[in-house]
Design a protein around this ligand. Sequence first.
Ligand code: SF4
Ligand code: SF4
Length: 302
Amino acid sequence: MKRQLEETFPSNMTEPSNVLVVGVGGQGVIMISKVLTILCQQQGLEVKQSEVHGMAKRGGSVFSHVRFGGHIYSPTIPQGEADILVALEWAEGLRWLPYLKAEGGTFLVDTQQIVPPFACRDRRINARRGYVDKNMTELIRQIPNSLALDAVSMATDAGVPKAANTVLLGALSTALHFAPEAWKKVIEDTVPAKTIAGNLLAFEAGRDTSLALDEEIPAVSHQEKTDITEDVCHYNAQLEINEAWCKSCDICVRFCPECCLRLDEQQIVELFEPDLCTGCRMCEWLCPDFAINVHLETVFET
Ligand code: SF4
Ligand code: SF4
């Protein structure tokens, strides 16, 4: 059985409709709320938007309230009053769930997990992290109108790896009674010209999405276990660094337990002491721009 969002509102424009968008810095929270705000204005609705940029460049929390309807007084959504909660990161979605209407609220969440630095104190491979470990599949099944999707992978499949937010916009559009062409026009006018085609593909991917309810949503990676004990093997670690995505925030450099990363002359991260790298993945987990992938090769001792 497949699940898709029900189109629930706006049905009565005398009442405000409330959409709360949450995530962490660098994910595109503001872009989603901006597109929605412009779209509502173009539909002749009164709209108010407010936003808080946390430590945006360093992966901090970012959220934006969008309220629209016949007449809007306050720009902020009270707790328990969000008609739709759009979360670009799993733990942020859980953190903001109390803002969703208990009856009839729509929950749209990216399964992307961005682990904050304080959750990575233990650097051993497969060490448990202080990241929420609530079962995604169970939670999504408990909320009648909800959808969890791997927007990052979907955007990557669409050829626009950084447009996960536009995938979520596409999914959000299925819950709102606005014509798809109107959404696309606003997206075209909002994103950089060279990314329009890719963003429209990502939008369509989001509109088409659905989650098979009998599929398990991938578990958080700290639950992965290996049955290979460390006294009979070790790991060779290879870092794959996407230089185009690195925005020089320095997080990985500061948190690498082995101090084997640095920013080069162009302020792009580099692994300057590869022999020291243990493959702990902390840099991969902490990078807010997904610029590092750690590949581990298991080496058996003979
Ligand atoms: S690779 Fe390191 S310096 Fe570059 S964006 Fe990611 S965390 Fe920041
Ligand atoms: S560079 Fe290696 S040791 Fe440093 S955080 Fe990344 S995986 Fe861990």
